[in-house]
Design a protein around this ligand. Structure first.
Ligand SMILES: [Fe+2]
Length: 89
């Protein structure tokens, strides 16, 4: 799982955040793998909490930007964010 140009949407701020999400997700996966080799549950929990915080912050920022750009599918996009957030709960 590598963030590359094909994942970029051309909005630098959001591309940076999406890349950060990739790193955060990788950290969760790594913590999960290490857990089976004796790493602490707390490390995995910490990485998961960080990922959730990063995702939530990203959603708010992305919504602000798509609102400013007045994209035609902005309401659908927000709904999708809310749906995903409910899944995270
Ligand atoms: Fe996004």
């Amino acid at each position: 799982m590598i963030f590359s140009d094909k994942h970029k949407i051309g909005i630098e701020e959001l591309d940076r955040e999406h890349e950060a999400l990739f790193f955060s997700l990788k950290a969760v996966l790594l913590a999960s793998l290490c857990r089976t080799q004796g790493s602490t549950h707390k490390n995995l929990e910490g990485q998961l909490n960080l990922l959730l915080k990063t995702v939530t912050n990203h959603f708010r920022n992305e919504e602000k930007i798509i609102e400013e750009m007045n994209l035609p599918d902005k309401e659908e996009h927000k709904k999708e964010h809310r749906r995903l957030e409910k899944e995270f709960e």
